[in-house]
Structures are given as structure tokens and as C-alpha cells.
Ligand binder design. Sequence first.
Ligand SMILES: NC(=O)c1ccc[n+]([C@@H]2O[C@H](COP(=O)([O-])OP(=O)(O)OC[C@H]3O[C@@H](n4cnc5c(N)ncnc54)[C@H](O)[C@@H]3O)[C@@H](O)[C@H]2O)c1
Length: 359
Amino acid sequence: MRILITGGAGYIGSHTAKMLKEQGHDLLVYDNLSTGHAEAVQGLPLVQGDIADGERLAKVIKDYEITDVIHFAASSIVGESMQNPRKYYLNNVVGTISLLNTLVACKVERIVFSSTAAVYGEPGNNSENGLIEGFVTAGVTEIAKQFATAGQTEPLVLNEDCPLKPTSVYGQTKLIIENALKDYSRAYGLKYISLRYFNACGADDSGEIGEDHQPETHLIPLVLQTALGQRDKIVIFGDDYPTRDGTCIRDYIHVNDLAQAHLLAVGYLREGNASEIFNLGNGEGFSVKEIIRTAEEVVGRVIPAEVGARRSGDPAVLVASSEKAKKLLGWKPQYSELEKMIVTAWKWHQNHPNGYSQK
Ligand SMILES: NC(=O)c1ccc[n+]([C@@H]2O[C@H](COP(=O)([O-])OP(=O)(O)OC[C@H]3O[C@@H](n4cnc5c(N)ncnc54)[C@H](O)[C@@H]3O)[C@@H](O)[C@H]2O)c1
């Protein structure tokens, strides 16, 4: 049994590869290094290649006797996807369909796919009752009502049954693959698990691998780069939302908790269970100001911040319900406190202020 990890030189892939190795799994990283880093693949076999190169991939699958695939490889910057959709349809859709065809041809039977909360889009408020339109589904209703009773129009705990209305090309490409997986599973017997991550953050406790995206678009690394003096200030996009401190609330999930879920997903399919879709989030939600305040406590200095205009389409609150993953996979996140997430990220940023390229 050997697992192929596409995109294993990237942020989440490298943490998953490290954890799989530590837990005794055989694996191989397959990555074209377009946004990944060879240094992130510590002591693990790495083949440099593209998911769309079917011939090369088929040879690798045969040579290494691959039985399972965890598929992280993708382009994943929302803003870029709107400006350059061709890149996203080519890499995330055409590339992944090519990968699926290779897996079917090589008789690989299981795949775990990196999907995203972006498949849900940006739900709007229904001002009549303070609930989010279309999101008052089983399991969500009670939570939504509590928010409404508290005088907030913000709800949002998204479960897997919520409507799928991606507003970005990036989200759209991931949804296309979720749907393709259903069809490939039905027609060719390829078993899959699609994992919809919310905002990945943090780094491995070792401080040796972490988040190094160019350009960086994620809040926690931007805040920590500001703490390191690499940016002048952090801009808060709006502080007049109906939330506890006026800034947007999002769900952050530690990268090692995501890694753990991938291990469980592989095991779940190997046990013969049916294909599934799971949210992976913390279920709690932290505001932009809470992130900055906690980061200040962790780094022990003031982090310059400035309030700017709202970004269009930013919902006040987006929080995941991960009850299904906890129940079916037995997933137990270990890094749910914001402080833990930021402490691990800070260790990485301090050790590698310029990312992998320079220590
Ligand atoms: N980071 C997040 O918060 C987040 C949230 C939701 C979903 N995701 C998804 O998780 C996955 C990993 O995200 P990440 O943050 O680690 O991104 P990343 O850019 O750090 O990693 C992606 C990896 O895939 C490789 N890659 C890209 N295209 C390839 C191709 N055609 N062939 C081979 N390798 C290729 C890159 O070189 C890189 O190593 C992505 O699919 C992303 O869409 C990430």
C-alpha cells in the first residue's frame, strides 16, 4: 500500500506527507514545484512532474505500486482565478481530469481530494428573519436562530448540505471536480473523499516546515510578516459588520489537524466505506481583530493595523460545521485554540523569515 501525494511540496501537502511518514505509511510526493518547495519535502521521495503528464504519472504509479492518491496539486489564489480563469480551468479542471483518467487506467481505486469552503460562495443575509437565505437546513437551523435571537444577522455555520454557489473561478473549478468525482465513482468505481477546508493556518511544531506562498494572501502570515517588519501595516477590511467586534469572522483550521483528517480519510476508504464529502473547520470562528490581538500577545509587540473599506461580497461570518467528519472519520482537531495556531506559525516565521528560499 503506497500513497501518492500530488502537491506534496506545498503548504498543506508537505505537512500531510510528514505526518503520514511519522505514522509509518509508504508514500511518494509528486509535484511540479510551481508553487511548492523541494525543501518542504523532508527526507521523502519526491518526483518532479505535472499531474497533466499522464504518461509520466502512469509510469510513476506502476513503478512505485501506488494504491491511493491524496490530491493537493492545484492553483488556489481566488483573486488570480478571476483575472486569469484559463490558468485555473487548465490546472484545476483539465489537469485533475487527466489525473483521474490516469488513475482509472492504472486501476488506482481511492483518491482524497482537496476541495474548499469556496464552493459555498458568499451567502447573503435575509433581512426578514435575520437568517441566511438557503442555509436554514437540517442541523443549521438552531444555530442560525441563536445568532438571530442575539440580535445579529450574521449566522453562519455551514454544513455539507448547504447550497453550493461558488462566486470565484477558483471555487467553481473545485466544484466541477467534486461533481466529476461523483460521476467517476459511479461509472468507474473510483472511491473518493472530498475535503472542504476552511482557512488553513499554523505550522508544524518542529518549526521546520510552514506556510510560504508567493504572493501571500492569507491573514495570519500577513499579520506575522507585519510583526517581523516586512510589511508596514495590516489592513482590516471593514469594522462595521454585525459581529462581536465589527470585523469579519472566519473559521481557521490548523494545518496538522487537516493532515490528520487526510490520514483518517485514506483509512476510511481502505476499510471499504462509501465515498463522502466532509467539511474541515474549527467550528468556532475568529474575528480579524481577535487574530491581530492574539498575534500581538504571542509575538510580544504591537502590530500596526489600519481599518480600510469593506471588500465587496465579504460575508460577516463563515464558520464550518465539521460534525460529519468528527462522527464518521473520528476526526479530533488538536489545535483548536487560536493561540496554539499562531504560536506554531510564529515559530516557523521566526526560523524562516524569508520562507524556504532563505533562512
Ligand atoms: N491553504 C488553504 O487555506 C486552502 C483552503 C482550502 C483549500 N485548499 C486547497 O488545498 C490544496 C493545497 O493548498 P496549499 O495552500 O497547500 O497550496 P500550495 O500552493 O502551497 O500547494 C500546491 C502544490 O501543488 C503543486 N502543483 C500545482 N499544480 C500542479 C500540477 N499541475 N502538477 C503537479 N503539482 C502541482 C505546487 O507546486 C504546490 O506544491 C489546494 O488544492 C488548495 O486549493 C487550500
